[in-house]
Design a protein around this ligand. Structure first.
Ligand SMILES: NC(=O)c1ccc[n+]([C@@H]2O[C@H](COP(=O)([O-])OP(=O)(O)OC[C@H]3O[C@@H](n4cnc5c(N)ncnc54)[C@H](OP(=O)(O)O)[C@@H]3O)[C@@H](O)[C@H]2O)c1
Length: 384
């Protein structure tokens, strides 16, 4: 039942941020499913309420499987704990506490005080993984950073002349749109913006509540006002973080196209860029390179999750850029290791995803091997 609640929660992907993904299954006193629901931010109603409405009287004496602790405070909606208690629910099973300080532990306490049996600790790893962006954002106030790169077998991201399209095939690129769909913002370095002139939109074909915010990190403001980014600000915000004193003509022409430029002092500080994005309620950022920006982010310890798409091709060339810049490790023993590694294939390309070892957001336990709820949902949509 908890597996089902997590799958329901995943149906809200792209439509809940800055809130969490939540799914609920109501099981009646005879053990039959009486109602199901998941949270969508714009519907205002929480997953518990949707499922209880569907269950009606059958909820009385039943069990609610909820993928996250129900809240006990008056927010945009009345407390879900009240709704569960009023509906006569006898037992609530929820894997994890909601890290939102307004909720954390209080929802469970309220249910227990009302005589409802509360069981926690079921599928905690899967539930934490499903809401990893929300949990990180709630704990730190900064967006969860997912770094994604595409490289050849020899680790190159472009040829010696800077040609980089396309290293991976259509299926891997469609998968990237799924990753974009899960993110509130996408971030690239200025050199990638200038050389590739990307559009950086979510072309997953799935509904999203807020437009994907496109972020460029550039020391000196040099991105062209004729670039695809600057010309498509009606499709979603474009935000450039640059150092102080940008060229006034360049600034004016970008601003007149609707681009927002955030001046960052004499040196760019990526941690404060993330702070600023957090203040704008951006819960997750997909960093899509290039190598220079990826190196800076990794060396600053700002990356929470890493995905590489590896294509079965060899680009070669001593001077062709490889995926990660910066100083790099001096010894293999110092190389950044990934934990909870998952491998999948998209056409001819291989996707490898993991979490920088030591990142506090994930437990060191190895992956369960089960397909996570978000990937299962993406696969379901792909085959529909
Ligand atoms: N295969 C892939 O997955 C992939 C992905 C993305 C890009 N690429 C390829 O990678 C190449 C470009 O990548 P790149 O590594 O050269 O550049 P990049 O990471 O795209 O851009 C680096 C940016 O960082 C800025 N910067 C410089 N110093 C900084 C500092 N101290 N703090 C913060 N930012 C700073 C630079 O500003 P200034 O420009 O003002 O100096 C520059 O715009 C292109 O060939 C592109 O096609 C491949």
């Amino acid at each position: 039942m908890m597996q089902r609640a997590l799958e329901l929660a995943a149906q809200g992907v792209g439509q809940v941020s800055p809130g969490p993904l939540v799914g609920t299954v109501i099981v009646d006193a005879n053990g039959e499913i009486a109602g199901e629901g998941f949270y969508l931010y714009d519907q205002i109603k929480h997953a518990e309420t949707v499922a209880l409405e569907r269950a009606g009287d059958k909820a009385r004496g039943g069990t609610a499987y909820v993928s996250l602790e129900p809240h006990a405070h008056q927010g945009r909606t009345p407390p879900c704990t009240d709704t569960l208690i009023k509906a006569g629910i006898k037992r609530v099973v929820a894997p994890i506490e909601d890290p939102n300080p307004k909720v954390s532990g209080r929802g469970f306490a309220h249910l227990r005080e009302a005589g409802v049996e509360v069981q926690t600790g079921v599928m905690t790893e899967e539930a934490s993984r499903l809401n990893e962006s929300y949990i990180h954002f709630m704990r730190t106030g900064r967006p969860f950073v997912h770094l994604k790169m595409a490289a050849s077998l020899d680790g190159k991201v472009a040829t010696v002349n800077g040609d980089s399209r396309w290293i991976t095939g259509e299926q891997a690129r469609a998968r990237v749109h799924e990753l974009r769909h899960r993110s509130d913002a996408i971030m690239i370095g200025g050199r990638t913006a200038r050389s590739d002139d990307p559009l950086l939109t979510d072309r997953s074909g799935q509904k999203r509540r807020r437009p994907l915010v496109r972020v460029v990190i550039e020391q000196y403001l040099r991105i062209s006002p004729e670039s695809q980014l600057a010309q498509t600000t009606d499709a979603g915000p474009v935000l450039i973080f640059a150092c102080d004193d940008p060229d006034p003509d360049e600034l004016n022409s970008l601003q007149s196209r609707g681009v927002e430029v955030v001046a960052q002092g004499s040196a760019l500080d990526l941690a404060s860029v993330l702070e600023e994005l957090g203040q704008r309620s951006i819960q997750s950022v997909l960093v899509e390179g290039g190598p220079f920006l990826a190196g800076l982010m990794l060396e600053a310890g700002l990356v929470n999750k890493v995905t590489f798409f590896v294509a079965p091709m060899i680009i070669g060339g001593q001077d062709a850029p490889s995926a990660i810049g910066g100083a790099g490790a001096e010894k293999i023993a110092d190389a950044l290791q990934l934990a909870q590694v998952e491998v999948s294939q998209h056409g001819r390309d291989v996707e490898i995803t993991g979490y920088p070892a030591g990142y506090a957001g994930v437990s060191p336990a190895s992956s369960t091997g089960a397909e996570n709820a978000l990937d299962k949902q993406a696969r379901r949509l792909r085959t529909e």
